[in-house]
Design a protein around this ligand. Sequence first.
Ligand code: HEC
Length: 185
Amino acid sequence: MGRAFPARQRMATLQTHLAVHENTPALEPFRRAWGSLRILTCFVLVGFALVGCGDREDWSPLDGPWDPDHPRAEAILAEPDLGDPIDEEMAEAGERWYRVRGCLACHPMEGGPATGPAMGGITERREYDWFKGMVMRPDSMVREDPVARELMEVYRYPMPNQGVDELRVRAMWEYLRWYDQERRR
Ligand code: HEC
């Protein structure tokens, strides 16, 4: 029997051996090597996932923290013209942030009543710079801008500063541009 299946028998012996000596220090280096191999595999997979995420040729700032010194910062933050096609990747990120940053809680897209104005149509009634000011420094806008002050009088609740950086504001605007475009259809 042993002679007929020498390989299988050796395998079985090895398995018993491993089971019995699971905690043998002699096996520690092998166990550690297997551990590192698994970690390495994870890194490689995450790397592939990140590369696969964007069709931009370089690292997309939408994936991570915003770096104002990003080589394409100016182009990324530039105000879009009315007829510019929607950057879908940016609009998607903008929609996510609109929810994550709590905007949606006070600003539903349509209807009301709500704590703040409904956001649908915002890209038609406001300029991008005004929007940016309202999101990044609502306190000084309410103090200095007549339109913001009027809103404050109607809603009687100060819009809080949500600490949103310029890239997020730009991406939210892209989402709102997309939303208003769909709304007109
Ligand atoms: C706690 C409630 C609250 C949250 C959260 C909030 N806002 Fe506001 N927002 C308001 C109120 C209230 C106003 C009306 C102006 C005022 O009273 O200061 C306003 C006004 C605005 C306006 C002007 C609307 C218009 O019709 O012109 C914009 C744009 C805006 N908010 C964007 C945002 C964005 C983007 C976020 C998320 C980053 C956000 N808000 C989070 C309450 C909120």
